[in-house]
Each structure stands twice: as structure tokens, then as C-alpha cells.
Design a protein around this ligand. Sequence first.
Ligand code: ACO
Length: 317
Amino acid sequence: MSFQILGTGAYTPEKILTNDELSSLVDTSDEWITQRVGVKERRISVCESAAEMGAKAAQRALDAAGITAEQLDLIVGATVSADCICPSMSAMVQKQIGAHCPAFDVNSACSGFLFALDTAAAFLERGGIQYALVLGAERLSRIVDWTDRSTCVIFADGAGAFVIAKGENYLGSHLFTQGGDSVLHIPLGRGNSPFYEKEEQPLAVHMSGQETFKFAVTQIENDLKLIANQAGIDLSEVSWIVPHQANYRIIELAARRLRIPIEKFVLNLEYYGNTSSASVPICFDSLVRSGKLKKGDLIALCAFGGGLSSAACLIRW
Ligand code: ACO
């Protein structure tokens, strides 16, 4: 099962929300957020939907790939903060960019982009399609509780996308799910039914930070070792690691446990925060556009989040 990346793109809204501005909303400080999370500022949408941000990232990826939306055969999107339950975020992106192919979303929280990428890879392997768009787009500011300082300082908005085609550069992947809602839960709320009797939590991100933290460090370590093993390489051969941008301390701890220099981890969370399924493609796009990648470089992508879920994959540039 393999593919090559033809182009990448990212989009984040213009509004910058700094830690100091957040400190006027909840009882927090720039010092606490910088030290405990590593975020200084994040982008927040004031007028764009998740699908609109997704369409902008998708168009940039199409431009980089040098193909048109009409040439796409498949769109697989990932999101936990779609604008509506129906149509899917991907269906709205399809309309906005002018594509005509099948489009659907997968939901695996912050690991969603890597689940979507693996899904598209399987479609390419099955045959009958040439080009696929894979994207993650999130408007988490819509579903965060802005009175809860333990979550609202972490999350942000944005979108990232890849255009892929059949090729030989996807060297291995691993998807993991440990189902349950006790650690991380985004319920839809009470709902409309006059018949349903159970109490439901309100719409918001409900998260046990420390449990998520421990899960994340363990999974980054396990998943990266696993994909390296699968591909028959040593992790020291990997030039770059693009991790989900949740917390600098998570990445630093995982790097130490794996004995991989932190400089190999691509980081942008200081400026963009945690954009859930959009975080890996946004960060990957910044690596591509930095000009630092060399042909033949091995790049590992890894993510973790609600589900609980985690995923990793290995790509040769
Ligand atoms: N400002 C100031 N103080 C705060 C804040 C804040 N924003 N948030 C929490 N605190 C306080 C707590 O109230 C607590 O105070 P206390 O000791 O008086 O009770 C203290 O700081 C420590 O709280 P912890 O929860 O232990 O803080 P921790 O160091 O674990 O950091 C955090 C919290 C940032 C949430 C961290 O646990 C984390 O990053 N977890 C992982 C989150 C993650 O990776 N999520 C990704 C998946 S999301 C998805 O899939 C949608």
C-alpha cells in the first residue's frame, strides 16, 4: 500500500489570540501556558467555517501539486468540529473547490488526519483512482468551553491538506484505538428528543489532561518504534518527525525516551496551538515550504487524541 505526495497546503485564520488576551477571559497567565503547554499564541476563526478553511488549504495543496479540483477522484477529510452533522465537511469542501468526486469524513479526533491518509492510501491501492485529496480542518473554538482554563488555552483553528497519487513513498503505518469516553469526550449535548431520559454532558471538550498526557507519550514511543520495525529501519535514520502539536512537554518527553534529538521534531505549536486533525498537515506543510527537506529523507508522522486513538506513518520524500 503506497502513494506519493504531490502537494501540500495549509490555512489558518488571521485572528491571533495571545496568551495575554486569554488571561483576560480565564484565570491563567502567559507564564503558565508557556511553561506547561509551550503555546504563545493561536489562530481563531471569526468568520470562516471549518469547511471554508479546509477549502483554502485544499486549494493551496492542489496548486502545489499542479492539478485541478476536477481531476480529483476522492476526498477524505478528518474533523471533530465540522460545521454540521450533515453534509460532511469534505462534501462542503468538494463544492467550494469545484470537485466532483466522492467525499467523506473520518473521525478519529487528533489522529484523524493519519487515519484519513491511510484510508485514501487503501483506495489508491484498490485501483481505479488517480488523485486523492486528504485534509484535516477544525474550528475547535466553536466547541471549546471558553470558561474552562484547562482546555481553552490549548485548542485553535486551522486546516491542512495533502494531494496524493499512486507511488512508492508510503513505507508503513500503524493505527490504534482504545475505545472509551472517560479520558476525552466531546458530547453533542442534551439533544432534542422528548423521550430520552439519561443526563448528557453539554457540548464542550471534556478532557482529563494528565491521562491524555500519559497516553500520548506512551503512544508516540510505541507507534514510532512499531513503524520503524515494520519498515526494517532504525529510528535514527529518520530525518524529521512531524508530531501532533498538543504540548511541548509531551514531545520533549517522547523524544528523550526514544533518544531522538528534539531538533528532529518539527514544531509550530508555539504559534498555532493544538488544531486537532489539522495539526499534522499544517506542520508538515511548513516543513515542505521551509526548503529543508531533501530527496530521500525519511519522515515520520505521529498523532494521538480522542478515541482514545493514535497513529503513525513513515514517508520517504
Ligand atoms: N492556567 C493556570 N493554571 C492552570 C491552567 C491554566 N490554563 N490549567 C490548569 N491549571 C492549574 C490546575 O487547576 C492545577 O491547579 P491545582 O494544582 O491548584 O489543582 C494545576 O494547574 C495543574 O493542573 P494539571 O491538570 O495537572 O496541569 P498539567 O501540567 O497536566 O497541564 C494540560 C494540563 C496542559 C492540559 C496537560 O495535561 C496536557 O497537555 N495534556 C494533554 C492534552 C492533549 O494532548 N490533548 C490532545 C488530544 S485533544 C483531542 O483529541 C481533541
